[in-house]
Design a protein around this ligand. Structure first.
Ligand code: BYC
Ligand code: FE
Ligand code: FE
Length: 474
């Protein structure tokens, strides 16, 4: 399983043994690089960035740190090591050996899952491409670029599967990954959240906290797949994903910390006075939590989903930590509680568990999201401030599923359309909020210095000091 770095495409899948596949991927590579130059990070393509590159898929010491110019980053194909005599853990094929080839009858749904997953990766790079111009520090800039190159690698992970296992239509899907673009009205990305803008660093930290966390949960279900190459590629992607969520969680933590310090200095909770001293007031942070959480909840699909049931029954997509769950792993006659709106009130009803798999994964996700809020709230409490950030109700601001077109307040109250329209601007970021946040986004590129609105991190990267030159401009 060692990685071949002498190849044009670094890999641990013995690519050189399959010349056809190698040639096909090598002919996709220049298109990828052209896309990276055109729609990847702006203003830093020729900089030396202190990046981590995977050198082994083993859990100990898989990374190498050093200066790299991003277009020269060694994007490649890295799968977690295979496990001997592995069997499918769930669904109708439970107990059968995992598949090394795509079963003909599942070709189309499997391709669809891989395409949907793959599409989000370059989308996020496109969404974040302007952020380098307004970085709050070199430390943060480097983290952004690390996230971006890894999302680029996640695209490689899916493109490899498409090329290796789906023949001509796989190659066409791989090309289409570089043709759809985030927010493009004619050729949008597939899922809603990946067409939203990430205009500033507050949105970026919220995105990496909430939306990359959807990535964690979706990848975890695909890491259970009966299609072994997909499972193994997702297992390795998850190790990279952890860093993206770290960037989001600590980024918001540092903003909370800084805002509370200013509130204590000024002895005020007046948002206007707080804003005037160059930090983002807590109610504004709350509105961004509301937005990014609700948009990310939509990424789990509808509460009742026959697609999800089919993915599970056929062994393509499992549950979060499938093998740690103690049940029959078939879900033939169990139920799961699902919230919905009935006659102006939110009720919880038992639904067939098989149809409720999206909702179940969303439940797992919500619990995980709350953990970061608890940490941020502990900081607010520690600084003696009487304010708590909260996750809005799952029905708030939804576009997919049972709560679409239902006005649900953050506290779960069901509202009339009028009342909803009157109050949304209290709950979601307004144009003014965005304009204010944008006004703070002045680049800080002196080593060790931080923008006014964010506290320094507690430590540097890979043992380096905070005033390390994490990015060197040409
Ligand atoms: N936007 O049965 P339903 C990441 C469609 S993030 C637009 O409810 P299903 C990352 C759906 O396609 C992880 N359309 O849904 C994060 C279906 O279409 P058709 C990405 C949506 O299929 C940060 C219809 O509505 N990975 O990695 O059970 C940075 C009814 O669907 C949306 C994956 O998503 C939406 N939000 O579940 C970088 C994993 N939701 O059939 C990267 C792969 C639903 O009517 N994807 N629809 O044409 C899946 O597992 C499933 O496609 C979904 C949807 C969970 C997304
Ligand atoms: Fe990713
Ligand atoms: Fe990610």
């Amino acid at each position: 399983m060692s990685i071949d770095y002498s190849a044009r495409i670094p890999n641990n899948v013995a690519l050189s043994d399959n010349r056809r596949l190698q040639r096909a991927l090598e002919s996709w590579q220049p298109n990828y690089l052209r896309w990276w130059r055109e729609l990847g990070p702006e203003g830093t393509q020729d900089s030396d960035v202190y990046l981590r590159t995977a050198i082994s898929v083993e859990s100990d010491g898989w990374a190498n740190f050093g200066y790299v110019k991003m277009p020269e980053y060694r994007w490649g194909i890295f799968l977690a090591a295979p496990q001997a005599e592995l069997t499918i853990a769930f669904g109708d094929h439970r107990g059968a050996p995992v598949w090394q080839e795509v079963p003909g009858e599942y070709r189309s749904p499997l391709r669809r899952l891989i395409v949907t997953q793959g599409d989000t990766e370059p989308a996020s790079v496109e969404q974040q491409r302007h952020l380098g111009h307004t970085c709050p520090s070199l430390y943060d800039l480097r983290n952004l670029l690390q996230v971006n190159v890894e999302e680029g690698r996640h695209l490689w992970a899916m493109v490899y599967l498409l090329h290796a296992y789906f023949g001509r239509d796989g190659r066409e899907e791989a090309d289409a990954m570089l043709e759809r673009h985030a927010g493009d009205p004619d050729k949008p990305r597939i899922l809603g959240a990946f067409n939203e803008k990430t205009p500033h660093w507050l949105a970026f930290f919220m995105f990496t906290y909430f939306t990359d966390r959807d990535g964690k949960y979706q990848l975890a279900t695909l890491a259970e797949s009966g299609f072994d190459p997909l499972a193994r590629t997702c297992q390795f992607m998850l190790t990279e994903e952890a860093h993206h969520m770290f960037v989001g969680e600590t980024g918001i933590m540092r903003m909370v910390q800084r805002t509370c310090e200013i509130m204590n200095e000024l002895k005020t909770d007046d948002p206007e006075r707080i804003r005037a001293s160059g930090v983002i007031d807590l109610p504004t942070l709350q509105r961004f939590v509301n937005f990014h959480f609700s948009v990310s909840l939509d990424l789990f699909g509808q509460e009742r989903s026959t697609n999800a049931a089919t993915y599970f029954t056929t062994g393509l997509k499992g549950r979060y930590h499938e093998t740690r769950i103690e049940d029959d792993h078939r879900l033939l006659d169990t139920t799961w509680p699902v919230s919905m709106c009935k006659e102006g009130a939110i009720v919880c009803e038992e639904q067939p568990a098989l149809l409720a798999l999206n909702e179940r994964l969303r439940d797992d996700y919500i619990v995980d999201c709350q953990r970061g809020l608890n940490r941020w709230n502990r900081e607010i409490e520690k600084q003696g401030i009487d304010y708590r950030l909260m996750l809005p109700h799952r029905g708030f601001n939804r576009r997919i599923g049972a709560f679409t077109d239902v006005g649900v307040a953050p506290d779960g109250q069901v509202l009339t359309p009028d009342a909803w329209a009157r109050q949304t601007h209290d709950w979601l970021p307004s144009d003014e909020d965005h304009a204010f946040v944008m006004s703070l986004m002045q680049p800080v590129t002196e080593p060790g210095k931080m923008a006014s609105w964010i506290a320094p991190p507690s430590r540097g990267i890979h043992g380096q000091p905070l005033d390390f030159d994490y990015v060197k401009f040409p």
